[in-house]
Design a protein around this ligand. Structure first.
Ligand code: BES
Ligand code: MN
Ligand code: ZN
Length: 488
């Protein structure tokens, strides 16, 4: 497990600049107009900042770029970072600039002289998100665990504004940690334990074990985990920050801690990536953490289905027919289409028990969504335009790619089975859509529902603006905002 980089807010003190060790950052807008911190740095460095501003490099720079000057004369710092940013940036410009700054700092202590710059909280959020480093299993040479100090003209106010964003960043951190963790460490039991720990944040957490799941009739979920030595579990997290009588929003996550494909075994090449097949459950966990830490005034329930998909003498076979909690039977054509079998039972349970105002499921569900949308956008499927548009708006505001995909009867027909109520696969064409159609069969008519296929965005092999290679935490920010804008 990693911890968030600490952030301190202190008085904007020009005299502190010369003495600060580690790195010092100043902000200069594209027009080159220097604020007091830039002028002081310029004086300390005997005009080096002014020469930078007049340089071709600065002329060609864009908003959000960072230009570093190493070992600046007249300062104790090992680098002076110049952040190109207007005094009144948009929130996302400030966030991106912060991320770029953290990237150039590489885990060193940073003093950022922001003064009375607008959107400091977003600048700091970008820094914290990009400072993430998963080094739990490195015994050597991991990047330093530095700290961030923000020099602000109103430090108390800036800190108060930043507090909820720091809570969200901690949710993102948790999602990334869970998603990055290998499957021998993050077993279903370890996953459940980490969720139970969140009780200390005021969440109520229940763990449903296999006997209980069998009693509830969750046979499609159990059929996925039955080949594994790790027990299947469903964990329910309640955040009751709203009115007592308000029905909750339900978040449901696919938590396949490892997906071998089961008897429909995946090829060896790249199979190690399937440690991230619990990414949906990871986002649900991180979002619940963010909501609890920022004390969201809303009722939200998070449910995750934790299973491991392994081949064995007890594993489900292709051709097996199992009954879901809803009562519908499923012919399992391909044991590698397991995510939908987990989700359908948890989604049904969520609706039966909580009668939620809306339900959002998240899953690394199909390889096909990566073919369609790459690593830039999650696939969004919904039965309700208003609900869906509100989510898309939140995702856009947080710069988390999300693109709506179609649903329709013609796709649903592809799931017809000769011997059961449905098959678990619909063939190669429109693979992400038939997966979503499968899920929709377990959504009640009057439940506003969104399915997010995050197979392409949960973990990526090249860095993004806000995250190093690996788990991104995609969705925690969008969901936290979605709750804030629609349910608080
Ligand atoms: N977990 C995979 C989907 C996946 C693929 C996630 C790549 C992340 C990266 C899922 O369980 C799966 O195996 N889906 C199959 C479905 C098929 C058998 C209908 C797929 O996409 O190939
Ligand atoms: Mn699979
Ligand atoms: Zn899977």
């Amino acid at each position: 497990m990693s911890s968030l980089i600490p952030v301190r807010f202190q008085e904007f003190d020009l005299d502190a600049m010369a003495q600060a060790e580690g790195r010092v950052a100043i902000i200069i807008p594209s027009d080159g107009k220097m604020n007091p911190a830039a002028r002081r740095a310029n004086r300390l460095t005997k005009g080096a900042v002014a020469r930078l501003v007049e340089s071709e490099k600065f002329g060609k720079s864009k908003t959000g770029d960072v230009i570093s000057m190493a070992w600046p004369a007249g300062m104790a710092a090992e680098a002076l970072d110049v952040v190109v940013l207007p005094r009144r940036p948009e929130a996302d410009e400030a966030r991106k600039a912060g991320a770029a700054l953290a990237k150039s700092a590489g885990g060193k202590d940073m003093l950022v002289m922001v003064g009375n710059q607008a959107h400091t909280e977003n600048l700091a959020l970008g820094m914290v998100l990009r400072s993430y480093d998963f080094n739990a299993h490195k015994t050597k040479d991991s990047e330093g665990s530095g700290s961030i100090t923000i020099g602000h003209s109103k430090p108390k106010e800036a800190e108060a504004e930043f507090a909820p964003l720091y809570a969200i960043a901690d949710g993102v951190r948790m999602t990334r940690d869970l998603t990055n963790e290998p499957a021998n460490v993050l077993t279903t039991t370890e996953f459940a334990d980490r969720l139970v720990e969140m009780q200390e944040l005021g969440l109520e957490v229940e763990v449903l074990e296999e006997d209980k799941l069998a009693e509830l009739g969750m046979r499609t979920l159990l059929s996925v985990g039955q080949g594994s030595a790790s027990p299947s579990k469903v964990v329910v997290m309640h955040w009751n920050g709203g009115d007592k009588d308000d029905a909750p929003l339900a978040l449901v996550g696919k938590g396949v801690v490892f997906d071998t494909g089961g008897i429909s075994l995946k090829p060896a090449g790249g199979m190690e990536d399937m440690t991230m097949d619990m990414g949906g459950a990871g986002v649900v966990a991180g979002t619940m953490r963010a909501l609890a830490k920022r004390k969201a005034k809303a009722n939200v329930v998070g449910l995750v289905g934790l299973v491991e998909n392994m081949p064995s003498g007890n594993a489900t076979r292709p051709g097996d027919v199992v009954k879901s909690m809803k009562g519908d039977t499923v012919e399992i054509i391909n044991t590698d289409a397991e995510g939908r079998l987990v989700l359908c039972d948890v989604m049904w349970y969520a609706q039966e028990r909580f009668n939620p105002v809306g339900m959002i499921d998240l899953a690394t569900l199909t390889g096909a969504i990566i073919i369609g949308l790459g690593h830039e956008n999650a696939g969004v499927f919904s039965n309700n335009d208003t609900f869906c548009d509100a989510f898309l708006k939140s995702a856009r505001a947080e710069d988390e790619g999300a693109w709506r995909m179609p649903l329709g009867d013609a796709y649903d027909k592809l799931l017809k089975s000769r011997i059961a109520d449905m098959k678990n696969v619909g063939g190669r064409p429109a693979g992400s859509i038939t997966a979503a159609q499968f899920l929709q069969r377990f959504v009640k008519e009057d439940t506003p529902w969104i399915h997010l296929d995050i197979a392409g965005v949960a973990s990526v092999s090249s860095e993004t603006s806000y995250a190093p290679k690996g788990a991104t935490g995609w969705g925690v920010r969008a969901l936290s905002r979605f709750v804030q804008d629609n349910f608080e």
